[in-house]
Design a protein around this ligand. Structure first.
Ligand code: NAD
Length: 296
């Protein structure tokens, strides 16, 4: 990859996008970026995670072709635009946009941000896909926090339209504009949010998910019926427990602990059942079992 952007035939800017972390979110971000025409370098220290990420991208695109939403040509071009690397420096050295999607741990993300800033060009836009961590707290790791912002995608990335563009107190206007333009170029609907714990989405979504787990714990109703209450009674496309399975119970627990600490509100205290399930390795779809079974 060359460290420069190029305009596409439609005039849109084509970027060199480095995506760090090839898990639930990273593979999806890589897919939508490549589908929009950007060159993508997907990085994960685990070669197995990279292989799995590519399999998931291929499967998603194949399904898109079956449904008539993606042409066979677009599928092939998308796959050809995605390269992988287990080396961080190689992934970011020529990137114009770097998006990290590594686990929701402040110190892990800070360490990675410091490393990637040192290895990327001075004008690269640096973004985090954090669901809840403070952009300002993460930015403390950076020498140029003006180039840093949150680009919070939703799961599954290739289907969900929303991107929260989160502005830290040091994020400059040009960085914010680039973030909004990039999200729009992926066909997403960006909203701009000030840096505040849980932003606009997780703060509300997590309360609902945790309360549903407390209701299950108290035997108010079965998981299926709690979900159906929200799906049929409130027209949510998916109930809060099934959604928690898709997000990952470990991811939800980390976010809940963080919001409980930072917002100092009992709404976010993680239910014991959630802790027990995470301890038992029942993490939702990715482990095959959560509130539902995901054998197939
Ligand atoms: P995940 O556990 O599925 O994937 C994380 C990946 O990061 C793994 O493949 C792991 O090998 C890799 N990784 C670990 N350390 C790394 C490092 N130092 N450098 C590069 N890669 C590394 O996690 P996820 O669910 O994709 O979540 C990633 C981020 O996205 C988190 O901040 C999370 O809060 C956020 N997020 C998650 C969801 C969701 O529904 N899961 C939704 C929105 C945002």
């Amino acid at each position: 990859m060359k460290e420069e952007t190029t305009p596409s035939s439609s005039g849109a800017i084509l970027e060199n996008v480095a995506v760090l972390g090839a898990g639930t979110m990273g593979h999806g971000i890589a897919q939508v970026a490549a589908l929009a025409g950007h060159r993508v370098l997907l990085h994960d220290p685990s070669a197995e995670a990279l292989d799995q990420g590519l399999v998931r991208i291929r499967d998603n695109l194949e399904k898109g072709v079956e449904l008539g939403k993606v042409s066979p040509e677009a599928r092939d071009l998308t796959l050809a635009r995605i390269l992988t690397s287990t080396t961080l420096e190689e992934a970011v050295s020529e990137a114009t946009i770097v998006i990290e999607a590594v686990p929701e741990k402040l110190e892990l993300k800070r360490g990675l941000l410091a490393q990637l800033e040192a290895s990327s060009g001075p004008t690269a836009l640096l973004a985090t896909n954090t669901s809840s961590l403070s952009i300002d707290a993460l930015a403390q790791a950076l020498e140029r926090p003006n180039r840093f912002l949150g680009l919070h995608f939703f799961n599954p990335v290739h289907i969900m339209a929303l991107v929260e563009v989160v502005q830290g107190s040091a994020t400059d206007a040009d960085t914010l504009d680039r973030g909004v333009d990039f999200a729009q170029g992926l066909g997403k609907e960006p909203i701009v949010v000030r840096d505040s714990p849980g932003f606009a989405s997780s703060r509300l979504g997590v309360v609902l998910g945790l309360e549903a787990i407390r209701m299950l714990e108290e035997g108010v109703a079965s998981a299926q019926d709690i979900d159906r209450a929200m799906e049929l009674g409130y027209r949510h496309p998916m109930g809060p427990l099934r959604l928690t399975d898709l997000i990952g119970l470990d991811v939800r627990l980390e976010i809940a602990e963080y919001l409980h600490r930072t917002l100092d509100s009992e709404h976010f205290r993680p239910p014991e059942l959630l802790r027990q399930m995470v301890r038992a390795g029942h993490l939702g779809r990715k482990s095959g079992k959560g509130f539902y079974s995901w054998d197939d």
